[in-house]
Design a protein around this ligand. Structure first.
Ligand code: BTN
Length: 253
């Protein structure tokens, strides 16, 4: 399928099965694949999420996608994953207008996870070589174990017929390209207004883990996002607002 994009999605490799589309895209990038090249797979045997988590990828019914990006040298790319979230949410809005973003990189529907984003980069001299991977649950009706409560799919959310994975991809890529173009031109500040109103955390009580699991979670209220993509929180103990730049955040139960 060709996509209604200017640069994203060409060339494209599709695999029946891979370990991880991010790994394949990273190897392809090292071998010289251009900005916009795309890897997709029907299934992954070692799909990865953020913070060392696994991404269940065996179904053959969902989207596993990685894009190679070559931002201009010197561009700040710390908030690139947020830009990908903006693009995915806008692309999904045709089917799921109420989809939300959970800072930093999750797409949620009604609090359940529909998709996730994993950005990985290496530097070649001063030029970043980036792989942005995303998974979107499309056709899966059943999720094993705890995912039964915490995950969802287009199929579970839609009363109408579920679109095919290629249809979803064809909707997502142009929206993603628009969000990335805006981000590369103006940084996260240029798209903050397209993230913040759809952020599931803003205005809510949250638990913040800034230690990658090594320390206790802190209670706070999420205030909004800074121009560089940091999450701004007001600690529950009354201290001054703080910036959360990495780690994980949950809605307080
Ligand atoms: C997360 O929510 O923690 C991020 C999940 C990212 C999963 C996608 S699926 C395609 C790409 N390949 C991977 O191994 N991971 C990403």
């Amino acid at each position: 399928m060709s996509f209604a994009t200017r640069w994203l999605g060409r060339p494209r490799e599709h695999w029946a099965e891979l370990g991880s589309t991010n790994d394949r895209a990273m190897a392809w990038a090292r071998a010289g694949a251009p900005h916009g090249a795309l890897v997709t797979a029907d299934a992954q045997t070692a799909g990865r999420g953020r913070l060392g988590r696994a991404w269940a990828s065996e179904s053959g019914e969902d989207l596993y996608v990685s894009a190679i990006l070559r931002p201009a040298p010197g561009k700040a790319i710390g908030a690139l994953g947020l830009a990908v979230g903006v693009g995915l949410r806008e692309g999904l809005a045709r089917w799921l207008p109420a989809a939300q973003l959970k800072w930093p990189n999750d797409v949620l529907v009604d609090g359940r996870k529909l998709g996730g984003i994993l950005c990985e980069a290496r530097w070649v001299g001063t030029s970043p070589e980036v792989v942005v991977g995303f998974g979107v649950n499309v056709g899966r009706a059943l999720f094993p174990g705890p995912l039964a409560q915490s995950a969802t799919s287009l199929r579970r959310e839609l009363e109408a017929a579920t679109p095919s994975r290629e249809e979803v991809l064809a909707q997502l890529l142009p929206a993603l390209e628009r969000a990335l173009d805006a981000f590369f031109a103006g940084g996260f500040a240029a798209i903050r207004g397209r993230y913040e109103p759809h952020c599931a955390l803003v205005g809510r009580a949250v638990l913040v883990d800034m230690s990658n699991g090594a320390g206790p979670k802190e209670q706070a209220t999420a205030l909004g996002l800074a121009d560089d993509g940091a999450l701004l929180v007001a600690p529950a103990d009354g201290g001054p607002p703080r910036r959360v730049e990495s780690g994980d955040v949950w809605l307080a139960p």
